[in-house]
Write a protein that binds this ligand. Structure first.
Ligand code: FDA
Length: 305
């Protein structure tokens, strides 16, 4: 049943007509609950609120699988504008982005140019940019680009997904770059040729990757809502004498707020992933695929102002 609903929501996440309908009518349902609004300006009060509660933020301008080069260039410009606003407004925030929003599916040259433009601004403004990891078909290209750019830019990090068999090897290959890595379980539907299908196996691999990345001494983001994984990371770091300044917990906006606050009180760094933009539909469907209970609060929100 769980697998069925997951597959159903992942299927819906790629449905273009529904995406268009949602963009027109649905933002009220999700603003302030799982997204910050349709523009960066609308997200600023939410960022300030999180900062005031002792949490850092990473913002993500929603929008994936861009097929038109002009839109991809526009998207890069919007990311640069967001970086500038973060600095100007003195926000404790970073930026996350998806390479398919910058033209990964159009041409390697286009996405590289767009990224260089963004990372040049990020270094100038000293704001970190994290390249989100998308589906497994795009994983190698994403890691290749990340590794090339990491040689030239300081403020860039990326994501490793525990459901992929390859992830331990990927961390090993990148170790000499001492990368800032966000570790996640993985959000896409992947075949068993490339990814663990059982939750138990994903969890085992996730713990293994957390241990490996913490041991490496590189800064690590442990991005999960799972109490058992949070607890594992806390205990592992404590036993190995790894300081709280060497890692952070990351959670999605609107999820596990009590846990977020407890971690802050315990002195851990917590960063909230806050998406914004009118293209929020695919993101929303992936959250439902992970946890259909999320639908309850979303639909409740439809009747509220
Ligand atoms: P999982 O979904 O396995 O749930 C484990 C347990 O945690 C549940 O049984 C429940 O007890 C608890 N739980 C989970 N969600 C809850 C909720 N909303 N409320 C209450 N309890 C809950 N993926 C990707 O492929 N590429 C990426 O770049 C990113 N980036 C990213 C950034 C950040 C900051 C986060 C938090 C996540 C991502 N992800 C991602 C998504 C990630 O891969 C994964 O799909 C989700 O985080 C869900 O997995 P969890 O580890 O949270 O627990």
């Amino acid at each position: 049943m769980e697998a069925l609903s997951r597959n159903f929501f992942l299927y819906l996440s790629k449905n273009q007509p529904l995406n268009k309908l949602a963009n027109l009518y649905g933002i009220r349902m999700v603003k302030g609950k799982i997204v910050g609004g349709i523009s960066f300006d609308q997200a600023i009060p939410f960022i300030r609120e999180l900062n005031a509660d002792g949490m850092s933020v990473t913002v993500d301008h929603l929008g994936e699988y861009v097929a038109d080069p002009h839109t991809a260039v526009e998207r890069a410009g919007e990311v640069v504008a967001a970086l500038e606003l973060i600095k100007e407004a003195g926000l404790d925030a970073q930026v996350s982005l998806k390479l398919t929003s910058l033209g990964l599916d159009i041409s390697e040259e286009l996405v590289r140019l767009n990224l260089r433009r963004i990372l040049t601004a990020a270094d100038r403004l000293d704001v970190m940019v994290t390249i989100d990891m998308e589906d497994s078909e795009r994983c190698q290209k994403t890691l290749d680009l990340f590794q090339k750019l990491k040689a030239d830019y300081q403020n860039v990090s990326t994501v490793i997904q525990a459901y992929l068999y390859r992830s331990n090897d990927d961390l090993e290959k990148m170790e000499q770059l001492q990368p800032f890595i966000r570790l996640v379980k993985g959000a896409y539907k992947e075949p068993k040729s490339v990814a663990f299908q059982e939750k138990r196996d994903v969890d085992t691999n996730y713990r293994k990757l957390i241990a490996r990345q913490l041991d490496s001494g590189s800064y690590t983001a442990i991005a999960t809502h799972d109490d058992r994984m949070v607890s594992f990371a806390k205990h592992y770091a404590f036993e190995k004498g790894i300081g709280k300044d060497k890692f952070e917990f990351q959670m999605l906006y609107g999820m596990r707020q009590q846990l977020q606050q407890e971690l802050v009180k315990e002195g851990y760094k917590v960063r909230i992933y806050l998406p914004y933009g009118d293209d929020w539909y695919g993101y929303f469907m992936r959250r439902l695929a992970e946890r259909p209970a999320n639908i309850a609060f979303a639909f409740k929100g439809m009747t509220k102002k």
